[in-house]
Ligand binder design. Sequence first.
Ligand code: MG
Length: 282
Amino acid sequence: MRLLLCTDLDRTLLPNGPQPESAAAREGFSRLVSQPGVVLVFVTGRDKARVQQAITNYQLPDPDYVIADVGSSLYRLDNSEWHHVLQWDEMIGQDWQGKSRADLQDLFLGLDGLRLQELSKQNTHKLSYYVPLYTDHHKLMEKMKDRLQHTNIQASFIWSVDELANTGLLDILPASAGKRHAIEFLMRQLDFSQQQTVFAGDSGNDIAVMASPVQSVLVANATDDVRQQVMQHAKLNHQLETVYIARGDFFGMNGNYSAGILEGVAHYMPEAVGWLNPGDHE
Ligand SMILES: [Mg+2]
C-alpha cells in the first residue's frame, strides 16, 4: 500500500486549540507514518524554523517533505537534513515575473487595514499582512487586485483567521503556489494517484484543498464556520466525494487533531485500518 499523507500542522496535527486531544491519537499517527509506503508531508503556513520548533515541541515524526509558508516553499528531508526544492521556486516565480515580495509590497503602499507581518513570516514568494477582523477583507483584496491589473503579476490572495490571536491573515503568493498546487506538484513528482493521497486540515488556507479533487479530511475541532465553508465550496466544485468531516468515535477517539487524520485515512483507505487501531500494537 502507498499513501501520500499530507497534513496541516496548527490545530490539525498539533493539538494547540481549545479542544482536547485523544490520548492515543498522536502515537497512532506516528505508527501509521512509520509504515513503509507512507510518505508524510507537512503542509503549513509556518516557515522552516517554526516547523522545526513544532517537530521538537510536539515530538512529531520527521516528515519526508514540508510544504511551508502556505505553499510558497518546498523542502525535502533526508535524514533530518532539509533540502530546498528549487524546481518549485523556479516554477512559481514565473507568475511574479521574477519579482519578489519586496517589489510587490511597494504596489500596496497606502492601503488601509494592511499591517505587514514580521520579517520572519515573509519570504521571496510570500507577502503576508495582518488585517483587523473589522476590516472588509473582500473590499480590501479587490483594491489590491486593482493595483496588480496593469502589471503582469499573477498572484493569489489567501485569507485566513487566526482564532487565537483574533486577527485576519492575508497571504499573497504566486498564482500557482499555495497548498493545493504544491500537493499536486508532489503527487506528480512522486507518482501518487488521487486514491493514494489524503490531506487533512482545519481552517482558512486548507479550504481550497478540501474543495479540490484531493481526498481531504476536516478534523472535528474545526469551527462550524469553516465546516460550512468547506461544504459550500466542495459542493460548488462538485467535490463532495473527496471531503470527509471527522466526527469522532473511531476506536474511541474524539476526531480532533490527529484522531481526525486517522479517521480520515480509514475512510478513504479501509485497508489501512489494521495500522490505525491505537490499542493494537505488537
Ligand atoms: Mg491549521
